[in-house]
Design a protein around this ligand. Structure first.
Ligand SMILES: NC(=O)c1ccc[n+]([C@@H]2O[C@H](COP(=O)([O-])OP(=O)(O)OC[C@H]3O[C@@H](n4cnc5c(N)ncnc54)[C@H](O)[C@@H]3O)[C@@H](O)[C@H]2O)c1
Length: 256
């Protein structure tokens, strides 16, 4: 679909779920893709199919991120995909201080860590793409999981700030907000919701997930990991060179 041959990408959290599909999607379009993840086995499996290498890296740790990127060297595309959910939080006092700190460290501070690791080289070259994977709940509130929802709003804010700072150097920074995508994240979240949310008791994770689709998605179906991957590839392509600071919903109309 796009010609990304010769380009080098880094996908965080690329071992599983959306990150894996994003890494494989960029690779199919010619890019070499390096995969950073806390799950080394999953990262290695994915990287092997993308001609890149895998690194064990907790993106919340600035030191770990800096040492991984020093090893990687040249980066054309940085995809900040790693993220965690934190639930339940209704009322919000259910979430501990540690819930807030961990969620913000992995979902938000990580982007500061990785963007700072590529900042100098992208500015010097006058070229580069940064794509942050945010969420529909960064656009609309998710009262069931306050730290997650607020962290994704922060991702959207950080995307705009970075876009402004990188713009004079020809580097674009955008965010994608997926709606509902079946992944290991949802396997766990669906189970938690089945135990703690009103109206979902006794259901399994997939039924809880389907219930959200039926009630919230105008187009009536979930998003696929490949649809998110295609959007990332577009934002990395030549055709998107003048798009920056945008928060792009891929959610079947949830946020209309
Ligand atoms: N699945 C959805 O419906 C959905 C919807 C909206 C947004 N998102 C966002 O998409 C991204 C990917 O979600 P997913 O559903 O694939 O999640 P997932 O839990 O299935 O996979 C996340 C991956 O990130 C890795 N990871 C977790 N913490 C990490 C850390 N500290 N450092 C490095 N890697 C780490 C995990 O090991 C895993 O491989 C997340 O940012 C999530 O918030 C997902």
């Amino acid at each position: 679909m796009f010609d990304l041959s010769g380009k080098i990408a880094v996908v965080t959290g690329g071992g599983k779920g959306l990150g894996r599909a994003i890494a494989q999607g960029l690779s199919r379009q010619g890019a070499t893709v390096h995969v950073l993840d806390v799950d080394t086995a999953a990262a290695s499996e994915c990287a092997a199919s993308c001609n890149g290498f895998a690194a064990q890296c907790d993106v919340a740790s600035h030191d770990e991120v800096l040492s991984c990127f020093a090893e990687i060297g040249h980066v054309d595309f940085l995809v900040n995909n790693a993220g965690v959910v934190c639930a339940p939080g209704q009322p919000f006092t259910e979430n501990s201080e540690e819930d807030w700190d961990r969620t913000f460290a992995i979902n938000v501070k990580s982007i500061r860590n990785t963007a700072s690791a590529v900042s100098e080289q992208m500015r010097d070259r006058g070229d580069g793409r940064i794509v942050n994977i945010s969420s529909v709940v960064g656009v609309i509130a998710a009262p069931f999981m306050p730290p997650y929802s607020v962290s994704k709003s922060a991702v959207n804010g950080l995307t705009r700030v970075l876009a402004r700072q990188f713009a004079p150097y020809g580097v674009t920074v955008n965010a994608i907000c997926p709606g509902f995508v079946w992944s290991p994240l949802w396997e766990d979240l669906g189970e938690v919701m089945a135990k703690t949310s009103d109206g979902t008791q006794g259901k399994d994770a997939r039924e809880v997930f389907q219930g959200r689709i039926d009630t919230l998605v105008p187009m009536g179906r979930p998003q696929t990991p490949e649809e998110i991957a295609d959007t990332v590839a577009f934002l990395c392509s030549d055709g998107a060179c003048n798009i920056t600071g945008q928060i792009l919903s891929v959610d079947g109309g949830i946020t209309i």
